[in-house]
Design a protein around this ligand. Structure first.
Ligand code: EPZ
Length: 421
């Protein structure tokens, strides 16, 4: 299993390009099940999760190919199979995004219930409620959910749960509603940029969706969709991770292919820490040359501070000049990184969904264990500034969501290398 060896210290300098967004590309790839003809996608990142989705689509009769320049081509060739098996869904929860398209286009979907997850409880009750509202029969069968419907019919629904809106739940219902009879209204829809990118893609294929990016999304069903050409939006979580990398190393990094409007809450919090984030000639520049201020932050659905940057921010605040307070409101148990950062000398006091981060002068390199995608990014960031050598094990977690992160960091001057066991 691969690991990273990182010698802390260098200030990061130079420019880095954010890849296309994993969390936009995955539902868009699933949405091609709805389409006739070929779909052409640009800027789909080369990631393990993307390969998993391509593998699942292949099983569902969708041919997925990549041109030499990375352009992805997808075309439905066989509509017989309607099952997303356990071995695929347990590897990647976003597999659940095939549920809506299968149900709407093939009138049947057999999808494995996603099991446990390192970041906490992740039920799909809202997805199922949404499909039932559209008229689907839903039946639990030995760990799988069987959904069937002669024809889905548009409906009004409130899709908010105990922790607010659901991103892939909104995506799933929105995809199913595109081919439903009549109008669907989703209240408390997720407003994430990835949901808007999916709606833009579907509308380019002939769907009639309005209000994406707001809590009220309206979908007027159509008879059919035809594949189109689409470029996936930049990965805002990757951009945010590199902003924090610049800050933690007191460096200066130019962020290419970055959309600040997708990161307003992140920029706001980082500026309160004392990080400079400027737009310069269309590019974003993140730099820091001073002591870091402690802050209070709570994760929220977009446009609030994203839960997918909570762990990375904790690494930064571990070095702030005072006590910070981080509250995780989306996945209250998402703190696998706390014990590992503590092994590097961070002073973290966890109380339920809140962690008090008592700033220290410095972190110390150590062997640490990655547990999930964003937690592993936090350990890499801590390693960039820690005294001595940090060895991050099980980096397959990070390969799921960051394209060649060690090469991008090394190009900015980091002393990092991938090692094979
Ligand atoms: C998406 O997951 C992202 N994944 C996650 O990113 C991200 O952390 C999350 O949204 C929140 O922003 C993809 O887009 C592939 P949710 P999703 O449904 O859609 C509860 C990463 O690191 N809930 O918005 O699965 C749920 O338990 C990943 O790239 C229900 O209660 O998240 C959570 O507390 C990790 N019932 C909250 O809602 C449901 O049916 C938000 O979850 C669905 C969700």
């Amino acid at each position: 299993m691969d690991g990273f060896l990182i010698n802390g210290g260098p200030r990061l300098r130079g420019s880095v390009r954010s890849s296309g967004a994993k969390n936009a590309a995955l539902p868009i790839m699933a949405a091609t099940i709805l389409c006739e003809g070929e779909t052409v996608l640009h800027d789909v990142p080369h990631l393990a999760d993307i390969e998993s989705m391509a593998g699942l689509l292949n099983r569902l009769g969708v041919a997925v190919t990549r041109d030499a320049d990375g352009t992805m081509r997808l075309r439905v060739e066989d509509e017989m199979n309607c099952q997303a098996e356990y071995d695929l869904v347990r590897k990647m929860r976003a597999s659940v995004c095939v549920m809506g398209p299968l149900l709407a286009k093939r009138r049947k979907a057999l999808v494995s219930m996603p099991g446990g997850c390192a970041i906490g409880d992740r039920p799909i009750d809202l997805h199922l409620m949404g499909m039932q509202k559209l008229g689907a029969d839903v039946e639990l069968q030995a760990g799988d959910v069987l959904l069937r419907a002669k024809r889905l019919v548009g409906a009004e629904m409130f899709l908010g749960g105990a922790f607010g809106s659901t991103v892939t739940g909104t995506a799933n219902v929105m995809m199913a509603a595109t081919l439903s009879k009549g109008r669907t209204v989703i209240e408390a829809a997720a407003c994430e940029p990835e949901v808007t990118d999916l709606a833009d893609f579907l509308n380019a294929c002939g769907a009639r969706i309005t209000g994406a990016g707001t809590p009220r999304v309206v979908i007027d069903g159509v008879e059919g969709l035809t594949g189109c050409e689409h470029t996936v939006i930049p990965d805002r979580i990757e951009t945010g991770t590199f902003m924090i990398a610049a800050a933690i190393s007191n460096g200066e990094v130019v962020l290419e292919n970055a959309r600040l409007e997708h990161l307003l809450a992140v920029v706001d919090r980082l500026r309160h820490v004392g990080v400079n984030i400027e737009k310069d000639d269309g590019k974003v520049v993140a730099s820091s040359s001073r002591r870091l201020e402690p802050i209070t932050v709570t994760t929220q659905p977009f446009p609030g501070f994203p839960t997918d940057l909570q762990a990375q921010l904790m690494s930064l605040l571990a070095l702030a000049d005072g006590n910070s307070i981080i509250t995780e409101k989306i996945f209250p148990d998402r703190f696998m990184h706390v014990a590992e950062l503590s092994r590097m000398g961070a002073r973290l006091h966890k109380e339920g969904p809140t962690v008090i981060v008592e700033g220290v002068k410095r972190l110390i390199g150590a062997p640490v264990m990655a547990s999930d995608l964003r937690a592993s990014a936090a350990l890499v960031l801590a390693g960039l500034i820690a005294k001595g050598t940090t060895r991050v094990n099980r980096v397959y977690h990070i390969d799921r969501g960051y394209e060649k992160i060690e090469q991008k960091l090394a190009a900015l001057g980091a002393d990092i290398q991938r090692i094979r066991d």
